[in-house]
Design a protein around this ligand. Structure first.
Ligand code: K7E
Ligand code: CUA
Length: 672
């Protein structure tokens, strides 16, 4: 019995799996026999009986043993997932697939006290569009900061497709520090992706609009509508994007979809797939083809090949126009300076994923059963050769036969591709609802016994997989244990909870070679439709357990000027109709416990947690005033409001912090 429950010894687990699987096969054959006496020494009869009673197959037991995380044990990987329409980012342990945290990003988040009076209000205000509050987002692609092409665990970035915004999350406290509205653009998609040393956070466009999203009739689409790719300069020390050192490049009004930064041999370049080279503008009402047909007429679209290191030089040389507060390198400059090239890609492609060594770019066919593999070396040779035809905007188009390395037929609806350490690529097949494992060639060919550039296995998933993500998958040295299928539909997988059904994160074991991928676990995501996620080794993260000192301001990541360090310093001061409060928060008191103010007072209220004990979080909510904070150990926050309503209001702690938690409250009396 002790052997079965041993938590330390992996070989015994594996042995147990094999033994238990064997027993199950036996017990399945004798289905009416109680499995209580297994006859295998050291194996608990109750475990075998339980497996039989539940009808678990050997595969089920394998999945359970691979994913079960005993109490107190930690997941070796952490997944940073987009939250889709929730506007948030989710933190999930892998392989247990346990949700660890919801990070408020574009949407106020009450548990983190984000967007209800504290410093999060300022962060959210950074994402207002021309002053209009936008308090949600459609998050698609999170990106963990990298050093030398490896996840460094310091920051995460995520885009909002709906409003063209980007957010910076600091992974010391897993809080959003900055939201920035992308100038000149009204939507985005192909971001956030970082360059190998996080010099830039790249935000690619999607649906074209006139620059600055000014009005222009759709009849003027070809002349007036444009796309923009933004290179956000990231200041690692400040932990913020620096708009003054960022720039955009104007692109033709194709719908650039997903971008990826080159790495190693292709460092300095960015690749974006695109669709709608047809310049379709819809208008089925007028007898035009609808968008979905109009954008799929051409046999090929264009892979965009952008030299960002050279673009940086052009930016630094001053060869740009300032528009909407950011430097824009105009399309003609990009062509003249050799920053931008195209090469054809088959039929409405999706995804552009650079291999770990940077040698190849893989583009999914979406409406074509192949993935197309481009060789960076061949692209460079084709550029050097010169004399290219151009598209209608004058951008040089490198011939496909000069840039392509291989095409691999995988199945219906190939979208996104990730990699492992065994020379395999994994592509999501949206229409087939499958994960395709296939082999890379070139320098990867001898990492596994299989033939290069060939399909090895298609593992069915449930259903309609969009993205796929691999452990450390976007780095120069990916892992090889798991991929997660981000499946869009989950019909019949979970209990019926009404017509809006969760998405399904499906954990897949890729540790074997050849056709040995196995589906391990389904995790329902009932909070929005995530698109992409990245998975980092947990030991790369170095988060704080408590803030570095009492009086820490997470808004500036520095000591707060109005922090106080003991309850003796707690006080209320009045200056005319301005009331300023310095409050301490500690189990199980707010000092002061009474705040008496007058209607119309302008109130500035500083709260400092004196706690140093990990997990001793206090909440602070003022009823009726829409104020709600979370004060983690050592944190100081300031709220400001006008006491516009007279009356008797309670403030209380919203975290069950101690046995006297219910006594942790105060009265705010607002005299008429
Ligand atoms: Cu394929 Cu927005 Cu990355 Cu969704 S995108 S799936
Ligand atoms: Cu502090 Cu409950």
């Amino acid at each position: 019995m002790e052997i079965f429950l041993s938590r330390k010894s992996l070989p015994i687990w594996l042995l147990t799996t094999v033994v238990l699987a064997g027993i199950l096969l036996v017990s399945c054959r004798n289905n009416n026999q109680p499995a209580a006496s297994s006859g295998v020494s050291g194996l608990p009869a109750d475990a075998a009986a339980l497996a039989t009673a539940r009808g678990l197959t050997p595969d089920d037991i394998y999945g359970a043993l691979k994913t079960y995380m005993p109490t107190g044990q930690h997941d070796p990987y952490i997944m940073i997932s987009s939250g889709g329409q929730s506007g948030q980012v989710y933190v999930i342990g892998v392989p247990s697939m346990r949700l660890l945290k919801a990070i408020g990003v574009f949407t106020p988040e009450p548990w983190q006290g984000y967007g209800y009076g504290g410093h999060g209000d300022k962060v959210l205000a950074g994402g207002f569009v021309d002053g209009k509050p936008i308090l949600w987002g459609d998050t698609h692609h999170p990106s963990i900061s990298e050093t030398n092409g490896e996840y460094d665990g310091q920051f995460a970035f995520i885009n909002d497709k709906a409003n063209a915004r980007i957010a910076v999350i600091d992974l010391r406290d897993f809080e959003t520090k900055q939201i920035i509205k992308t100038p000149n653009a009204i939507n985005d998609h192909g971001g956030a992706f970082v360059t190998p040393n996080t010099e830039y956070v790249i935000e690619g466009p999607q649906y074209a609009a006139p620059l600055g999203f000014e009005y222009a009739p759709l009849e003027e689409y070809a002349e007036k509508y444009r796309a923009l790719i933004t290179f956000w300069k990231f200041d690692r020390v400040a932990g913020r994007i620096d708009q003054s050192r960022s720039f955009q490049i104007e692109l033709p009004p194709y719908w650039q979809d997903l971008c990826d930064a080159g790495k190693k041999v292709s460092d300095g370049w960015v690749f974006c797939n695109s669709f709608n080279t047809e310049l379709a503008t819809g208008g089925i009402e007028l007898g035009n083809p609808p968008f979905e047909a109009g954008t799929a007429r051409n046999d090929t679209d264009y892979l965009h090949i952008i030299n960002w290191k050279k673009a940086e030089e052009i930016f630094q040389s001053g060869n740009y126009e300032m528009m909407g507060g950011i430097a824009v390198i105009r399309l003609q400059t990009a062509i003249d300076e050799g920053l931008l090239y195209f090469t054809p890609e088959p039929k409405s492609p999706h995804g552009a994923d650079v291999t770990p060594g940077g040698e190849y770019i893989v583009v999914g066919g979406k409406l074509d059963p192949h993935v197309t593999v481009y060789s960076f070396e061949k692209i460079m040779a084709a550029i050097a050769k010169g004399g290219h035809e151009t598209d209608q905007y004058g951008v040089p188009v490198l011939p496909l036969d000069a840039t392509m390395e291989a095409q691999v037929e995988l199945g219906l609806g190939p979208l996104h591709t990730v990699y492992d350490n065994k020379g395999y690529a994994y592509t999501s097949l949206f229409l087939d609802s499958a994960v395709a494992r296939w082999t890379l060639g070139g320098p990867y060919a001898n990492l596994n016994p299989d033939e290069p550039w060939s399909l090895i296995q298609k593992l069915p998933v449930h259903y309609n997989i969009g993205h796929i993500t691999a452990v450390e998958g976007d780095t120069a040295s990916p892992g090889g244990e798991f991929v997660v299928a981000l499946s869009k539909w989950s019909i019949d997988r979970f209990a019926n909870i009404g017509p809006l059904m969760p998405q399904n994160f499906q954990l897949v074991d890729i540790s074997g070679t050849g056709a040995q991928m196995r589906l391990l676990y389904d995790m329902p995501i009932g909070v929005g439709e995530p698109h992409y996620a990245q998975i980092i080794r947990a030991d790369r993260l170095k988060p704080w357990q408590v803030y570095p000192e009492i009086g820490w301001d997470p808004g500036t990541m520095a000591p707060h000027p109005n922090a106080i360090t003991s309850s003796e310093q707690a006080r209320v001061e009045r200056n005319g109709n301005h009331v300023e409060i310095w409050m301490t928060v500690v189990r199980s008191h707010f000092y002061p416990e009474r705040v008496e103010i007058k209607q119309g007072d302008h109130v500035t209220w500083h709260l400092t947690s004196l706690e140093r004990t990990p997990d001793a979080t206090h909440g602070f909510a003022i009823s009726g005033y829409n104020i709600n904070l979370s004060l983690e150990p050592g944190e100081t926050q300031t709220i400001e409001f006008v006491a516009d309503r007279s009356g008797t209001f309670t403030y209380y702690c919203t975290e069950f912090c101690s046995a006297l938690h219910l006594e942790m409250l105060g009265y705010m009396l607002v005299e008429p």
